[in-house]
Design a protein around this ligand. Structure first.
Ligand code: PEP
Length: 257
């Protein structure tokens, strides 16, 4: 069984008061759900407040990034142990906005994955191709390099704490969603990569979620695909009604064949 996984990436939005209110609404609407793993990722400054709001619910809190070193002279960074200290259970690593705007390399992302797992956090590792890469035929090479590099030296046991988010860069925040068939093709490819790197059991158990303009009206079609286990939701996660509708769509556990 792979438990459906729905995560909201709030990006650079919401004051502490706004974050608290949004988290409170979600606790009311979906906070008791047990058949879907629900994660929300506020900005660093709201993590403590949102962790407190969600403490008695089934909603887990994620950070949107972390540094790869635990402490030291790294002005402006936040480390994985400090995220665990503030109540985070997850951290998003390798989001395309980090890769593109902040030039994060595959090696740096791997170091962060390693540090987060060492600190006891689970990770949502993002991979995805640009439109140019899809069009020039390097899609599968890019995904393969990103997945293999991010998981370098990550053990079979540690894979229980890893969720992979396939997010085609051209579909993020653009209103363009990959068709469910396009997404499924890449998800199946990633599952095959995991089978080759680890074993069939790891491939079958790892959640691979889709991100890129997911909305209440397209989550159903995406979730119907065999290898799509959930969603990483940006824009629509900022509205309690939309995010709740996305969470509520995924009512049943997926049976792994
Ligand atoms: C994201 O931020 O990871 C994302 C997929 O954003 P959006 O849903 O707005 O495309």
């Amino acid at each position: 069984m792979r438990k459906p996984f729905i995560a909201g990436n709030w990006k650079l939005h919401n004051t502490i008061a706004e974050a608290r209110a949004l988290a409170g609404s979600l606790c009311t609407s979906v906070g008791n759900k047990e058949d879907v793993e629900i994660v929300i990722a506020p900005v660093f400054t709201a993590l403590a407040a949102v962790s407190a709001v969600c403490a008695d619910s089934n909603i887990k809190v994620a950070a949107q990034n972390c540094h790869c070193i635990d402490s030291g002279a790294f002005t402006g960074e936040v480390s994985a142990p400090l995220l665990a200290d503030v109540g985070c259970k997850y951290v998003i690593i390798g989001h395309s906005e980090r890769r593109q705007l902040f030039r994060e390399s595959n090696d740096f992302i791997n170091a962060k994955v390693f540090a987060a797992l060492k600190a006891g956090l689970s990770v949502i590792v993002c991979v995805g191709e640009t439109l140019e890469q899809r069009e020039d035929g390097s899609l599968f090479d890019v995904i393969s390099a990103q997945v293999n590099s991010a998981l370098n030296e990550i053990s079979t046991a540690q894979m229980e704490q890893v969720v992979i988010a396939y997010e085609p860069v051209w579909a993020i925040g653009t209103g363009k969603t990959a068709s469910s068939d396009e997404a499924e093709e890449v998800h199946a490819f990633i599952r095959g990569l995991l089978g080759g790197r680890y074993c069939a059991a790891v491939a079958a158990a790892t959640r691979i979620i889709y991100g890129g303009s997911v909305k209440p009206d397209n989550i159903g079609e995406l979730m119907a695909q065999e290898n799509i286990d959930g969603a990483l939701v940006g824009g629509a996660s900022l509205k309690a009604d939309d995010f709740s509708a996305i969470v509520n769509y995924t009512k049943t556990l997926k049976v792994v064949s």
